[in-house]
Ligand binder design. Sequence first.
Ligand SMILES: C[S@@+](CC[C@H](N)C(=O)[O-])C[C@H]1O[C@@H](n2cnc3c(N)ncnc32)[C@H](O)[C@@H]1O
Length: 272
Amino acid sequence: MGRRTLKPTSDTPDLDTQLLLSEVLGQTRTWILTHPDVEFEGTQSQTFLRDLARCEAGEALPYVLGWWEFYGRRFQLTPEVLIPRPETELLIEEALLFLRTHPDRRMAVDIGTGCGCIAVNLAAEIPDLNIVATDIEVGALRIARNNACDHHVFSQMWFVQADLLSPLKASFDLICANLPYIPSEELVDLVVARREPRSALDGGEDGLQIIDRLMVQIPDLLAPRGRVLLEIGADQAEAVQTIVQNAIPASIVEVLQDLAGRDRLLMIDRRG
Ligand SMILES: C[S@@+](CC[C@H](N)C(=O)[O-])C[C@H]1O[C@@H](n2cnc3c(N)ncnc32)[C@H](O)[C@@H]1O
């Protein structure tokens, strides 16, 4: 029944149904798969039908579940924050590589933290890391704080409501940012724009307005030999490289690709 209901709105109706069932029944997905004839008890059937109806009406599954997994950890989610995407794992991998090969560089910031999926994962993987998580939306910071508590990294983190880096006075070894980078006009036709917060997606007229403003702030806050990791849209590498070279002339810039071979991450190293 779930499969049939979800097919028109989902590419993965079987998986979605299993996730909804495992949430309602309080069992793992493996358990669901090995118990095809399980019966609902009490209010479970009502809850399942209500959740199914929300998905059918176009609500994203992670918001219906109230969580999503990213980099092997479960993150609380509400429609106030972006659903973490698998391609952002590239940023995590590169950040961890930098931090593990530079054990003396332990001051980091995650700008536009959303649910905290970047900052919390980095803090959990690197127990002596200090990381500031910023967002312009107070609702996002509330969710990020909850996730920091859930993953026992609250004491490593600071939460700041800020427009980019504006109120911060520090020298960061590592600056991570996955900021909105979709051009406003493109959002009109995208399903994600109806499901997820506009403030997490809208990069202004050319998609690069927020990134452009960030680059101007970076020279004052990036430590010598510090690194910036910036997620970008697949067709933005050239334009962002030009912005970086103008804003931070003493830098080395590299473009990295995601698993699908698309340009996804800009790595900016400040020369000494
Ligand atoms: C693309 S989402 C990324 C969320 C999360 N870091 C992730 O990777 O899934 C962008 C986030 O940046 C925040 N944001 C937008 N404009 C901002 C600004 N000027 N300063 C700080 N955060 C901003 C949004 O509220 C949103 O949480």
